[in-house]
Every structure is written in structure tokens, then in C-alpha cells.
Write a protein that binds this ligand. Structure first.
Ligand code: ATP
Length: 235
């Protein structure tokens, strides 16, 4: 039995827009174990990104507890949350968010500058298959290559948690599959906990755990005993 890394306990999130209060999350409960690959599924507006943003310390819960390790991060100061984002969490987004005037190597190096236990930028870019693109700028890279730079940037921090929000949303089928394969390898080889938000229910079989989100709540949490490689899945 793997140790528990994350726990959401009765987590709610409300946004106030003028006179209107929007409940993005309403009493959400789940746990994630160390080294797990978790897929979060749900329709648009269900609350998937909100969960990811709270996990990563980019946003805070309105109520409830968010336990990471043995600490409740809802009690943390802004400064402590910023340190958590910098040290422990790698992010991969749909639109890569690379810095346009830095080349691939510099993009990765820039992100690791503030990290104590970071990995060598060139080595990580080589690991994601980009040793021949180190000095290319984002505009000189394909979408799939840019996403691999973004994954290298996240991995080079040597994070305990890799949060991916629709990482293949802007990629074609084959390239998207290659990116998912890379995330699967990272999870397997480095035991990095990977949380993957997607609309695509077809990729659920690659997960150890599938969390379905519906209208700000948890619809179901399923443990997958028959984890599959992305190569064997078609959609
Ligand atoms: N900063 C914000 N201010 C106000 N409302 C917000 C904010 N962020 C999210 N919401 C609302 O909270 C709800 C959940 O949004 P969230 O982005 O988490 O959904 P999602 O499941 O990630 O959707 P999608 O798949 O479309 O990205 C939505 O109703 C959304 O409009």
C-alpha cells in the first residue's frame, strides 16, 4: 500500500462576481497516493482546473482542508504557497506558456534557477527527445516539441507533483499520444505523482485512479487495477 500524498477534505471554492456567487467546488473529497497517476475527468465547467489550481497553490480553497504530505496547505501564507509552487510542483498546460525570447535550454534553465534540487536542463531535454533542439526558440518548434520543452521545464524542477491541465488539448492525435507516453514514463521511472486533467475519457485506462468531477462535486473515484500503456489505447 502506497503512502497517502494528498487529501482533499470537504473542499469548497466560491467565486464572487459582482452580486453573484459561483460555487466552483462544493464539498470535494478524494485522496492521492505517492507515485500515483491520476486522471481527472469531467465536462467543461465541472471544476477540474479549480482542483488543479488549488493543488498547485495557485488558488486557495474557500473552505475545507487540502493536505499535502502531512500539512494543511489552506493554513499556509502566500509566501509559503509560492515556495510550494516553486519547489514541489511542476505544471504543464494546454498552451505551453514558454518564454518566446528564450530558447529551449534557456526556458528550462530559467525555471530551475530558483529550485534547490533541480536536474540538469540539457539532460532533461535529452530525456524528452530534444537534444537536437536545445538552441531553438519556441517559434522554431512544432506544437509537440514545445509541449516537450514545457514538460522538460516542469520535470527539471524534480517536483514531487506534476500537474497537467489538458496537456494534449492543442496537439494532433499522434503527437498527443507521444506526450501522454512521456508523462506515463515519467510517472513510472521517477515515481513522480502525475495528475492529468482531460475531457478525453478514452485515456482513463492509463491511470491508477480516475476521479470524475461533475458540477463542482465528485461523481466517482475509481481504482484501476488493470492499468494500460497508452500505446494500446485508440480513440
Ligand atoms: N476565476 C474565476 N472567477 C469566477 N468563476 C470562475 C473562475 N474560475 C472558474 N470559475 C467558474 O468555476 C466553475 C469551474 O471552473 P473550472 O475551470 O474549474 O472548470 P473545468 O472543469 O476545468 O472546465 P474546462 O474543462 O472548461 O476547463 C465554472 O463555472 C467557472 O466558470
Amino acid at each position: 500500500m502506497m503512502r497517502k500524498l494528498i487529501e482533499f477534505k470537504q473542499v469548497s471554492k466560491e467565486y464572487q462576481i459582482g452580486e453573484v456567487r459561483i460555487k466552483a467546488l462544493d464539498g470535494v473529497n478524494f485522496t492521492i497516493a505517492e507515485g500515483e497517476l491520476v486522471v481527472i475527468l469531467g465536462a467543461s465547467g465541472a471544476g477540474k482546473s479549480t482542483i488543479l489550481n488549488i493543488l498547485g497553490g495557485m488558488d486557495t480553497a474557500t473552505s475545507g482542508q487540502v493536505i499535502i504530505g502531512n500539512q494543511d496547505i489552506t493554513k499556509w501564507s502566500e509566501k509559503k504557497r509560492t515556495a510550494h509552487r516553486g519547489e514541489n510542483v511542476g505544471f504543464v498546460f494546454q498552451f505551453y506558456n514558454l518564454i518566446p525570447n528564450l530558447n529551449a535550454l534557456e526556458n528550462v534553465e530559467f525555471a530551475t534557477e530558483v529550485c534547490r534540487d533541480h536536474l540538469d536542463a540539457e539532460a532533461v531535454l535529452t530525456q524528452v527527445g530534444l537534444s537536437h533542439r536545445l538552441h531553438n526558440f519556441p517559434s522554431q518548434l512544432s506544437g509537440g516539441e514545445q509541449q516537450r520543452v514545457a514538460i522538460a521545464r516542469a520535470l527539471a524542477k524534480n517536483p514531487m507533483l506534476l500537474l497537467c491541465d489538458e496537456p494534449t488539448g492543442a496537439l494532433d492525435y499522434v503527437t498527443g499520444k507521444a506526450v501522454l507516453k512521456l508523462l506515463q514514463q515519467v510517472n513510472r521511472d521517477h515515481k513522480t505523482c502525475v495528475v492529468l486533467v482531460t475531457h478525453n475519457a478514452a485515456i482513463a485506462p492509463i491511470a491508477d485512479k480516475i476521479i470524475k468531477v461533475k458540477s463542482g462535486g465528485i461523481e466517482s473515484v475509481t481504482i484501476n487495477d488493470n492499468k494500460q500503456s497508452i500505446e494500446g489505447i485508440e480513440w
